[in-house]
Design a protein around this ligand. Structure first.
Ligand code: IPE
Ligand code: IPE
Ligand code: MG
Length: 243
């Protein structure tokens, strides 16, 4: 596939990926699950650069869910080192590609050290104009929506909004993704066919793509395959088929 072929594609503005299958990928290689997380983390960098190259505006990646704390301590501790890895290893490349990094997720359960890292990465890249890489870390869609509802309720209590005037846009303005384009394509590698509490609101009219590849092996080629499939979809939004 050369770039000329890709130029004819309608590139989704916002793609989201559930980074799943790290553990199974490692197990297949008789390696510990943490090795899968290490290679999976490295793959975020590669796929973000590929998405930037293809002209995607925003890429949301699900790296740690609000439910992943249930895993054994040793694995959680390893996953909590990921922000530090992003800072150390991705810095140069993200600068080179003008990639702006943001984080979506709860800020109440992360260590002070991790919060500082997230803050530093966000602050350093905030004025960049390229791809927005939205790293969803301690992210859960139901909590995101519940928090937005709390804020809308506060606006009603403060008389900034009347209860009978509440519309979807009032919820949306309080979601982490408020400044990103609408979610066009949601990809889940690894063979699981579920959303696992990822972007439930945002995916209302997104196209869904599931593939068997485990995340550490998910490549630019696979991303292009998903985009090609997206190009074959007829997005009707409840209307009728385009003539
Ligand atoms: C995804 O890979 C990474 C996280 C959920 C943090 P998994 O760790 O879920 O890998 P599998 O699904 O067990 O193979
Ligand atoms: C979803 O994967 C969460 C992330 C990839 C961060 P999981 O592996 O946690 O999801 P389930 O348990 O298969 O639904
Ligand atoms: Mg999994």
């Amino acid at each position: 596939m050369n770039n000329k072929d890709n130029k004819q594609l309608n590139i989704p503005k916002h793609i989201a990926i559930i980074l799943d299958g790290n553990g199974r990928w490692a197990k297949k290689r008789a390696m510990p699950r943490t090795y899968g997380h290490q290679v999976g983390t490295e793959n975020i960098r590669k796929v973000a650069v590929a998405a930037s190259d293809l002209g995607v505006k925003a890429l949301s990646v699900y790296a740690f869910s609000t439910e992943n704390w249930k895993r054994p301590n040793e694995e959680v501790e390893f996953l909590m080192k990921l922000p530090g890895e992003f800072e150390k290893k991705f810095k140069g490349e993200f600068e080179k590609y003008d990639i702006k990094v943001m984080f979506s997720g709860r800020k109440t359960h992360l260590s002070k050290e991790n919060l500082e890292i997230l803050e530093r990465i966000t602050e350093k890249s905030k004025d960049r104009k390229g791809l927005v890489l939205n790293i969803c870390f301690d992210y859960g869609s139901q909590i995101e929506i519940a928090e937005a509802v709390k804020k809308v309720t506060q606006d009603v209590l403060d008389s900034k909004l009347k209860k009978e005037d509440i519309e979807p846009k009032h919820i949306e303005q309080y979601l982490y993704t408020k400044d990103l384009p609408k979610l066009d394509l949601l990809i889940r590698p690894s063979g699981e066919v579920r959303l696992s509490n990822f972007l439930l609101w945002q995916a209302a009219y997104s196209e869904l793509y599931f593939c068997k590849t485990y995340w550490p092996a998910f490549s630019k080629k696979e991303l292009i395959k998903a985009i090609k499939e997206y190009n074959r979809r007829d997005r009707r939004y409840g209307g009728l088929k385009k003539k």
